[in-house]
Design a protein. Structure first.
Length: 149
């Protein structure tokens, strides 16, 4: 068995797909021949780290059961929500988060209903709305509903 085959087998056994892909790239390219051992090793480890992170993101996306791939955060009107930071929403959207959302507000029912409708149109998983003040039993009921979804 060739050394390359042994290394490939070990990468498969250790599930180092990023490492193996980067090694194939290094062996196929003449540009890596002049690089130092540590430089090549750094490239291999960075590729593995990136691969592992991408696998983790894909797993989280699959577990989230995404329902709103076409929604865009640029559609959100932040004028009525001064405490809502666009950068935080952008971060959540990039993660394709599909958490169960409960809208809680002290605003008029018409505004809460409008926010719920817009959020649902954008594909967000709105499970309930609550108007402040509310009682503990009502809150527990909507949290149970959110957990069941």
């Amino acid at each position: 068995m060739k050394l390359r085959d042994k290394i490939e087998e070990k990468c498969v056994n250790l599930k180092l797909t990023g490492f193996m892909e980067a090694l194939d790239q290094q062996l196929a390219s003449k540009t890596f021949e002049t690089k130092s051992f540590l430089s090549r090793l750094d490239h291999l480890l960075l590729a593995e780290e990136t691969s592992a992170l991408n696998k983790r993101i894909k797993t989280l996306q699959r577990q989230a059961k995404l329902r709103w791939p076409n929604a865009m955060t640029s559609m959100i009107d932040y004028t009525y929500h001064p405490g809502l930071e666009p950068s935080k929403i952008e971060d959540l959207a990039e993660l394709d988060c599909q958490a169960a959302i409960i809208i809680i507000s002290g605003k008029e029912p018409l505004i809460i209903t409008g926010a719920e409708r817009i959020a649902k149109q954008k594909g967000l998983n709105i499970v309930a709305t609550l108007q402040k003040p509310f009682d503990v039993d009502e809150f527990e009921a909507v949290v149970k509903l959110a957990l069941d979804k």
